[in-house]
Write a protein that binds this ligand. Structure first.
Ligand code: GTP
Length: 356
C-alpha cells in the first residue's frame, strides 16, 4: 500500500512556530509529528510514503528522521501550492497503480488506516473518506451519509448544527482511500480542493465513508498543538511514547532538582534540566536540552528543544520555540515565541505571538 501525505501547507494558524519549521515536523511529546504518523502507516502495512510538500522542503526532509523499517519515504516538491486535490494528483500520478491512501499531514490520531483500506476494498468503492465524530461541527466538513456509509452530501463549516440531525456529527477526518481513476477528475495547472471540488462530484458514484471512534486531533492551532502534546504524554492517543494518565516521563539524561515539583502528565526530554524549586506540569513537554531555571513555573505548555525559561518566570498554555528565551520573572500566558525569540525580563505576554 502507498500513502500520499499532504504536508505542503504553511501552517499560518500555528505561526510563529511554523515560520521556520513546517508543521509536520513540530514535536509531539518530543518526537517529530511525522515520525508518529510514519509509525502508524507502517503498522497499517504501508510500504511507501510520498510526502507532498512545497513549504520548507529541506527542513521537512531534515526533520523526519529515520523512517520505520520497511517504509520508503519520497519527498515530492510542488513549485506552488496546488490545493489538496492538486497536490495528491501531482504526487500520485506515475507513482500509484492501485487504490492508495491520501492523508492530511497534520492529524494526530490512532484510528486504523488498515480498516479504511479494507472497507474501501470490500465495498469496491471509488473513493472512501474516514470520518471522526465531533460535538461542534462548525469548524469542520460534515459528511451526511446513509446507514450503509454512502455519502449523500457535504456541509462545509456550518454556522450551526441546524438540519444536521443529532450529535455527534461525523466530519471528514482528512484520511482517504482513492482509486487511481479519481486522479483523472482533478484538473492540472491550478489549485483544486478535494473536499470542495472532487468529492461532491463523486456523490452517488462510489463515494463511501467509514466511521472511526479513535483519537483524532488536527494539530493546526496553538491550542490543539498544546492539547495534542498533553494527550500524547497522557496516553489519550496511542503512540510510541507509551504515555499514561499522570505519566511523568523523564529521560535518563535529563536533570531534575530534588525539590522541583513535577506534576504529570509531563515529559522531560533528553538533556533538559529543571532547577530547584521550579514547578513543571501538568500537561507539559520540556524539549531536548531545554532549561527551566529555579523557581520558574511551567504549566500546560510545550518548550521546544533548547528553549530557556529563566528564574521566577511563569509560562502557561504557551509554546516556547527552538532556543527561545523567557526572561527572569516574565509571564507568558496563551502565547507563542518563535525560534530564538525572547520575552524580556519582567515582561508580560498574554495572547501574543512573537513575531506576530
Ligand atoms: P493553515 O495555514 O493554518 O490553515 O494550515 P495549513 O497550511 O496546513 O492548511 P490546512 O490545515 O488547511 O491543510 C490541511 C493539510 O493539507 C495540511 O497537512 C497541509 O500541509 C496540506 N495542504 C494544504 N494545502 C496544500 C497544498 O497546496 N499542497 C500540499 N502539498 N499540501 C497542502
Amino acid at each position: 500500500m502507498i500513502a500520499v501525505v499532504l504536508v505542503g501547507g504553511e501552517g499560518t494558524r500555528l505561526r510563529p512556530l511554523t515560520l521556520d519549521e513546517p508543521k509536520p515536523v513540530l514535536p509531539i511529546g518530543g518526537v517529530p509529528f511525522m515520525s508518529l504518523l510514519l509509525d502508524r502507516l507502517a503498522a497499517a502495512g504501508v510500504t511507501k510514503v510520498i510526502l507532498s510538500c512545497g513549504y520548507l522542503p529541506d527542513r521537512l526532509r531534515a526533520g523526519i528522521g529515520t523512517p520505520p523499517p520497511g517504509v520508503d519515504v519520497e519527498v515530492v516538491v510542488e513549485d506552488e501550492p496546488l490545493g489538496t486535490a492538486g497536490a495528491i494528483r501531482f504526487a500520485a500520478v506515475g507513482r500509484v497503480d492501485g487504490p492508495f491512501l491520501a492523508l492530511n499531514g497534520d492529524v494526530l490520531g490512532d484510528a486504523d488506516f488498515g480498516a479504511l483500506v479494507a472497507a474501501h476494498r470490500t465495498a469496491g468503492a471509488t473513493a472512501s473518506i474516514g470520518l471522526t465524530p465531533v460535538d461542534d461541527p462548525t469548524r469542520f466538513g460534515v459528511v451526511v451519509h446513509d446507514a450503509q456509509g454512502n455519502v449523500e452530501r457535504f456541509v462545509e463549516k456550518p454556522p450551526n448544527a441546524d438540519g444536521l440531525g443529532p450529535a455527534p456529527w461525523w466530519v471528514n477526518a482528512g484520511a482517504y482511500v482513492l482509486d487511481p481513476s479519481v486522479l483523472d477528475m482533478i484538473p492540472s495547472g491550478r489549485m483544486v480542493s478535494i473536499e470542495r471540488e472532487v468529492f461532491p462530484e463523486l456523490v452517488g458514484r462510489g463515494l463511501i465513508c467509514v466511521r472511526s471512534e479513535g483519537y483524532w486531533r488536527d494539530i493546526g492551532t496553538l491550542e490543539s498543538f498544546l492539547t495534542a502534546n498533553a494527550d500524547a504524554v497522557a496516553g489519550r492517543v496511542h503512540t510510541r511514547l507509551g504515555g499514561s494518565e499522570n505519566a511523568v516521563l523523564i529521560d535518563p539524561s535529563a536533570t531534575v532538582a530534588d525539590d522541583a515539583i513535577v506534576i504529570g502528565p509531563v515529559l522531560i526530554a533528553a538533556g533538559a534540566s529543571i532547577g530547584a524549586g521550579a514547578e513543571v506540569g501538568p500537561d507539559v513537554v520540556i524539549g531536548a536540552g531545554a532549561t527551566v531555571a529555579p523557581d520558574a513555573t511551567v504549566r500546560g505548555s510545550v518548550l521546544l528543544a533548547g528553549a530557556r525559561v529563566s528564574a521566577l518566570a511563569t509560562v502557561e498554555r504557551s509554546a516556547i520555540g527552538l532556543n527561545a528565551l523567557v526572561g527572569e520573572r516574565a509571564r507568558v500566558i496563551d502565547s507563542a515565541l518563535g525560534t530564538d525569540e525572547a520575552a524580556g525580563a519582567g515582561e508580560e505576554l498574554v495572547g501574543e505571538r512573537r513575531p506576530s
